[in-house]
Design a protein around this ligand. Sequence first.
Ligand code: 13P
Ligand code: SF4
Length: 308
Amino acid sequence: MADNKNVFELISEIKELAKKRDAVILAHYYVNEDVQEIADFVGDSYYLAKVAKSDPHKTVVFCGVTFMGESASILNPDKTILMPDDNALCPMALMVDQKKIEEMRNKYDDLAVVCYINSMADIKALSDVCVTSSNALKIVRSLPNKNIFFIPDGNLGRFVKDRIPQKNVMLNDGYCHVHTRITADEIKALLEKHPQAKVIAHPECTKEVCDLADYLGSTKELIEYVKDDEASEYIVCTEPGVNYEMRNVAPDKKFYFIGASGICVNMKKVTLEKIRDCLKNMSPVAYVEKERAKRALKPLDRMLEIAK
Ligand code: 13P
Ligand code: SF4
């Protein structure tokens, strides 16, 4: 970790290099605060996918996990997508395979494979449409198919299934190890200490946690909720990286998070030094093989079209 003087130098180096490389810096709400602070755009997966596509710069520095960089690369075959740390993996993105999808397609003629954006490109390429946590309900409702195979996240899938009972939403057993570590008992203990607090949660949390929540939403939706809502204290059931923006939009409110076990270590791998280095070396780059990228583009484009 750099000291203050070095941080200042590091930031000006990053700014200069970004200008030279015609680069925009995008960051997810879960990355380190100093990275969120220097990013040009900070947001949830859906917002960042849209910005990566509409932004005019030739180079995108994607401060997040690898599926995010891959998605940006698929959506922008003519741009260079830099990943400050290409080992920042989301384990959930690997929790479904081709065999499972084929088995389901063989069972149901009228099957839509709905793929959470937290998945790798080879899986997107086999899917009918992508979703993020902020548009999954809208997209599944809009599909003509009755039978839906929702991959890879079983918890977001259950959130969709419970709200769209007219569809036969079938679930996969993938999960986020960060969100599923948050327990109902921890929330109840915090509620005893802060009885006035509202509980807000990401739909990647377990059913027991979601059932205790006053509001469920994507990272961006949770931030918007605390900004506009009348309460003054919240128990926040998602990765604590959102605390930075929550404090910015609602400086007088109090936010309580569930312990260190709720940290996404992969998101925290992105550092200012790595941003500087990737801009210097123009590497590592998020790479998706051309044919696979072409096939994965369809479900991503379909998501952007329906969700707009
Ligand atoms: P959002 O789409 O809400 O940003 O969530 C992404 C993610 O990885 C949650 O764990
Ligand atoms: Fe993946 Fe969970 Fe981290 Fe989100 S919080 S990137 S789903 S491991």
